[in-house]
Design a protein around this ligand. Structure first.
Ligand SMILES: NC(=O)c1ccc[n+]([C@@H]2O[C@H](COP(=O)([O-])OP(=O)(O)OC[C@H]3O[C@@H](n4cnc5c(N)ncnc54)[C@H](O)[C@@H]3O)[C@@H](O)[C@H]2O)c1
Length: 434
């Protein structure tokens, strides 16, 4: 097959559609591997930044991006007609939810339409966006076959989920197992050969549906286990038991237990969203995925739990939410990264706004944020700022925070992430989730 030769000698041109958290690192990886890469994004500002060698994603190395841009191995564009030159197209567009928590695959549909216009014999198309099982074969494949191409003969289609863990220093795209499910055996061979050029470990699967299901299963697994520990935390709080001590104790068992930690809710573009893709699809098969719904209910309830506990904490100081100054520490959805999408901190702040609380926040990764239509600027974390607040509310435990200083200065610290676990002094001023 000509496409296999082009992949093996790296003369294949690779198109990456969607240059976000997933697409940009992937495009850089492919360019470093030796392929000529065309990155396509609908947002012109992002395309300009890439073409100037300006990085906007934490997991991309600035120097590596500059190198592949300067050597013209990687060029970005808003022009979809560039797809006609591509031998391989990787789709990395967003898969959000509608307001009513149903899958919104508009971006996948739009890209598929563009591909239908520019696809040519011998092309490999791989969907990397997280979605419900069936998307590749039920949505993308039929539209591409309408163009006269035949899957497995002159059209190769696969699903291969991105499984990157933002901010993880040990596991990046190139050394994380890559699941690959092709529509036919030939699709599988072409897709597997392509990924083998840049990724150390490939895990071939019998179909795109299995790969799609595996990806959502991973995220449902996290969502359900986080919900379990969040529920247990609420019980521990009623029973006056420290949940972190419980988790540490359970984790001493060296088989059959994996620690998950409670928090003010779940965030990011994956865990709060992806399970609902599966829940939606399951209804087509008369199955109501109760675990998914229950986990969503518990995790989405955590910001409310945090606010009502904060209310009690202030009450004990003779204060109330209305009019008190609360200092929020950390607004990104997890520690030491800059991604604020779906961050539970935003929800907590929205709830505090409704109570007329004066909110100040500090986050070294988020210089400004907009919550409920109001713009906030990150304040410098000084002893005066902490001491001047009624409560220091830790919502994301960034490692840059000076926890000793925070505990020393704050009248009370409500730590929803156990970021203060190493602080030895003034522990009576620290309130944990339970
Ligand atoms: N962020 C993660 O940690 C992560 C991990 C694994 C999987 N995923 C999945 O990968 C997919 C992409 O996520 P992301 O975090 O990279 O999203 P993102 O929002 O960071 O990036 C998506 C990019 O696609 C562009 N885009 C949107 N519509 C487009 C269109 N019609 N044509 C061209 N470009 C378009 C956007 O401008 C943006 O730059 C999602 O399905 C997500 O669930 C994300």
């Amino acid at each position: 097959m000509k496409i296999l030769d082009k992949i093996k000698d790296r003369s294949a041109i690779v198109g990456v559609v969607g240059l976000g958290y997933v697409g940009l690192p992937l495009a850089v990886l492919q360019a470093k591997t030796g392929f000529s890469v065309v990155g396509i994004d609908s947002v012109a500002e992002k395309v300009d930044l890439v073409n100037q060698g300006n990085n906007y994603i934490g997991d991309v190395d600035d120097a590596e991006l500059r190198e592949v841009v300067e050597s013209k191995k990687f060029v970005a564009s808003t022009d979809f007609s560039k797809l006609k030159d591509c031998d391989v197209v990787l789709i990395c567009v967003p898969t959000p939810l509608t307001k009513n928590k149903e899958p919104d695959i508009t971006a996948i549909l739009k890209v598929t339409e563009q591909l239908a216009q520019y696809a040519h014999p011998g092309i490999l198309v791989v969907l990397e966006s997280t979605t419900y099982p069936g998307t590749t074969e039920e949505v993308i494949l039929p539209r591409l076959e309408e163009t006269g191409l035949t899957v497995g003969k002159d059209l190769f289609v696969a699903f291969s989920p991105e499984r990157v863990d933002p901010g993880n220093e040990d596991f990046k795209t190139h050394n994380t197992f890559k699941l690959v499910g092709g529509v036919t055996k030939a699709c599988q061979e072409v897709a597997k050969t392509f990924y083998e050029q840049s990724i150390v470990k490939i895990f071939p699967l019998s179909s795109p549906r299995v790969a799609e299901m595996a990806k959502v299963f991973e995220n449902v697994f996290r969502s359900v286990n986080i919900a379990l520990v969040n529920e247990l935390t609420q019980l521990c709080e009623r029973m006056n038991i420290n949940v972190y001590e419980v988790i540490d104790a359970a984790a001493t068992k060296n088989f059959g237990f994996m620690p998950f930690y409670p928090g003010p809710g779940v965030g990011g573009h994956c865990i709060p969203l992806d399970p609902y893709y599966l829940a939606w699809k399951s209804k087509e098969y008369d199955i109501h995925t109760r675990f998914i719904e229950l986990a969503g209910e518990i995790n989405e309830g955590m910001p409310y739990y945090v606010v009502s506990k904060l209310q009690r904490i202030l009450n004990q100081q003779g204060q109330c939410l209305n009019g008190s100054q609360v200092l929020v520490l950390g607004v990104t959805y997890k520690a030491d990264i800059s991604d604020e999408r779906e961050s539970p901190a935003t929800k907590v702040m929205e709830l505090l706004q409704k109570e007329n609380t004066n909110i100040a926040y500090t986050d070294p990764f988020a210089p400004s944020i907009c919550v409920g239509g109001q713009q906030y600027k990150s304040q410098e974390l000084t002893p005066e700022l902490v001491a001047g607040s009624a409560c220091a509310l830790i919502l994301t435990a960034h490692s840059a925070f000076d926890y000793d200083m925070i505990v020393k200065q704050a009248p009370v610290v409500f730590d929803t992430r156990n970021g203060t676990r190493h602080v030895q002094h003034d522990r009576e001023r620290i309130v944990l989730l339970s």
